[in-house]
Design a protein around this ligand. Sequence first.
Ligand code: ADP
Length: 273
Amino acid sequence: MAIEIKNVTYTYMKKTPYEKDALKNVSLTIDKGSFVAVAGHTGSGKSTLMQHLNGLLKPSDGQVVVDDIDINGKGSAVITAKRSVGMVFQYPEHQLFEETIFADIAFGPKNFGLDEAEITSRVQAAMEFVKLDYKKYKDMSPFALSGGQMRRVAIAGIIALQPRYLVLDEPTAGLDPQAKRDLLNNIRQLYDKGDTTVIMVSHNMDDIMGLAQRVIVLNNGEIAADGRPAEIFNKNAVLEQAGLRPPRLTQLLQKINDEVVPVKTNYTNVDAA
Ligand code: ADP
């Protein structure tokens, strides 16, 4: 079982002066049970690649195969295959719209045609999972929550679909450090349960080192590197391509160095002149 990206090219605004190959003949396999991080500069093609994983974008050329099913093909198996991939977009809380937290999380499971009892039990489990007390929060408006809590509601809505593959596009962007830690712990717990393969776009080397077994670096629509985080992070050129910030320890050492040995400059003080 795996997601296979086979020679995928994706062109935006084809046959216009703005034509852009966002993915160029990309091939890769994401095995079931893995935790994969995807890194790369803004514009390197990460979101475009993610949107191919559940058929939201259709390759201009090539194939996306989920558990042996070409998800851009025909037949009822295609729907099941697409449904096995849950997508958490950037700032997913912007997509909350229902009057209550319960209704928001139940929206996807309802669309899947599940019965009421199953929907309630999934919403309950998903809320418990993201550490939102069911009784306390279920009838509240999602808009009464803090940013971090709203993000948890949005993620619970995807978890309630019980996806076999969970795709997260920069899930911690804009969260405060505590909310960020809580969310990453949550994702880790979900992964550790063993039923979910995780594919996560991230810019943070600490997060990638702590969670992922594999990091794929995209650069200008192509795979620039693919390997274990420790291997990849040893290569400065790759880090630069990935737009990755050094891990906290490196930053800390840098800071200490900067403080102990102040950088001497020859600049004259313009203000004083
Ligand atoms: P990333 O997620 O790594 O920032 P994207 O996949 O969003 O990269 O974008 C890859 C390239 O495709 C960029 O050059 C971007 O400008 C272009 N692109 C993305 N979305 C669109 C769009 N809707 N229309 C035209 N070009 C786009």
